[in-house]
Design a protein around this ligand. Structure first.
Ligand code: SAH
Ligand code: SF4
Ligand code: F3S
Length: 435
């Protein structure tokens, strides 16, 4: 049997696929090992921005010497990046011998064995964006034994004009409620306390099913015995429905944490992005959420420097951050993705302007987050302890609203729940003490 290493990039979708691939390979007798001695390296790469792709390209060169000497490692390129540029990668680097798009990961274990045992290259691309070869394994081999994600739908049909995801992950399709429930049950029986349901737009879940909605799924999953925390992402502003708020309010184990990407604060830019809402419509959804869930952790995503974004448009995005006061915002400078409509738009914004705008929103959001967090000093939360913090001797975990809290404690509490009182705050995290 062979040793493999995994290199995973991108969002929780890739993470989830990676955990499934790892589980499938281990189930066949392969073992995970350090990159230096591995027979196979499985990349699960991301294409969302140029920088994400660049990282993987620059890693690929490192294997040349060992490949020439030993014919190892064999590289399998999977994840969103594979669908986009995997074939280019395998042309440039002969050690890339398996290329598989996200809808073909079910065939990756066989492909890897074929590539390891001969001279054959295996290319599994999603030519038909509806074709689906799933990997029928729950993601059992994970970083955290007590936390797991479960994908509830494949693909995305929204075609926001900047976004590569609909091209690399194909057409939207809900997984069946039964499959999802079985996977969650299997994970919970294996010791998982917290589950995150994943979809590019969770609110469209069930659109292709018979009278079964995302809120129904939330209610059903929340009732699985032993599941202590349930999260989900990502929500789409105008597909979001009040019954999701009701499901959270009505089930104590569904966490009040919502990621509601706004992407821009100008109606003109939202329209050019093909986001199907105006800022006022977005505000109505935020009102509905805050009214129903006063303790909600509300986060958002924002792109600066979309083609044609004027100073006035950008000022609207700044105003939106001030108006909505998100707990956290994932900001990004627009990155041109070949093949998307926005890439062909005239009026691309110079990098220097994008960077200036990015710095400005980051500075503002840092202030807002600090202000919000400081008001939480003295509050008490239940925290699922994830492990040691990167710096210092502290432990860290997340509260129901998904805020990171750092505190002193014994390593034995890792993977369990602790009650923590907040004693200090900055923009990125809270500090506390175990009660
Ligand atoms: N389905 C989710 C998230 C998809 S990708 C949603 O609709 O929000 C995650 C984030 O990456 C997006 O929210 C967006 O802010 C960012 N993103 C996507 N394409 C991008 C691009 N071309 N340039 C910069 N940021 C991008
Ligand atoms: Fe991309 Fe838009 Fe789909 Fe999100 S909803 S994955 S941003 S196309
Ligand atoms: Fe995620 Fe990157 Fe794919 S953000 S969906 S892994 S392109």
């Amino acid at each position: 049997m062979y040793g493999f290493a995994m290199k995973v990039y991108g969002c929780q979708m890739n993470q989830y696929d990676a955990d499934k691939i790892r589980t499938a390979l281990v189930a066949r007798g392969a073992y995970e090992t350090a990159e230096e001695g591995a027979d196979a390296i499985v990349f699960v790469g991301c294409s969302i921005r140029d920088k994400a792709e660049h990282k993987v390209w620059s890693e690929l060169g490192h294997y040349e010497e060992r490949w020439r000497k030993e014919g190892r490692p064999v590289v399998a390129m999977t994840g969103c990046i594979a669908q986009n540029v995997g074939v280019d990668m395998s042309r440039r680097y002969p050690w890339v011998r398996v290329v598989s798009g996200p809808r073909h990961i079910g065939l990756v274990p066989d492909a890897l064995e074929t590539a390891l045992s001969g001279d054959e290259k295996v290319v599994l691309l999603d030519d038909d964006p509806r074709e689906l070869h799933e990997l029928r394994f729950a993601p059992l081999e994970r970083q955290f034994p007590w936390k797991a994600s479960v994908m509830i739908s494949h693909g995305c049909d929204n075609f926001c004009t900047y976004c590569i995801v609909p091209y690399v992950r194909g057409r939207f399709a809900s997984r069946s409620p039964r499959e999802i429930m079985d996977e969650v049950k299997q994970l919970v029986e294996g010791g998982v306390k917290e589950i995150c349901l994943l979809g590019q737009n969770v609110d469209t879940y069930g659109r292709d099913l018979d009278r079964y909605s995302f809120a129904d799924l939330l209610n059903d999953v929340a009732h699985i015995a032993g599941l202590e925390r349930l999260r989900f992402m990502t929500s789409y502003p105008t597909d979001f429905t009040k019954d999701v708020v009701d499901a959270i309010a009505g089930n104590s184990n569904i966490c009040p944490a919502i990621n509601l990407p706004i992407q821009a604060g100008s109606d003109r830019i939202l329209k050019a992005m093909n986001r199907r809402y105006t800022v006022e419509e977005y505000a109505e959804v935020v009102d509905c959420i805050r009214r129903g869930l006063p303790e909600v952790g509300l986060t958002s995503d924002l792109i600066v420097g979309f083609p044609g974004e004027t100073d006035e448009d950008f000022a609207c995005s700044v105003a939106a951050l001030k108006r909505f006061r998100f707990d956290q915002v994932h900001t990004a400078a627009y990155s041109r993705r070949q093949g998307t409509p926005a890439a062909a738009m005239r009026e691309q914004i110079p990098e220097s302007v994008k960077n200036r705008r990015l710095n400005e929103v980051n500075r503002l959001q840092t202030e807002i987050a600090r202000d919000i967090n400081e008001k939480l000093i003295g509050r008490r939360y239940r925290v699922l302890v994830d492990g040691k913090a990167l710096k210092g001797n502290l432990l860290q975990g997340r509260n129901p609203a998904d805020k990171v809290i750092l505190f002193e404690g014994a390593e034995s509490v890792i993977g369990t729940f602790a009650d923590v009182e907040v004693t200090a705050a900055d923009s990125w995290s809270l500090k506390g003490r175990i009660l």
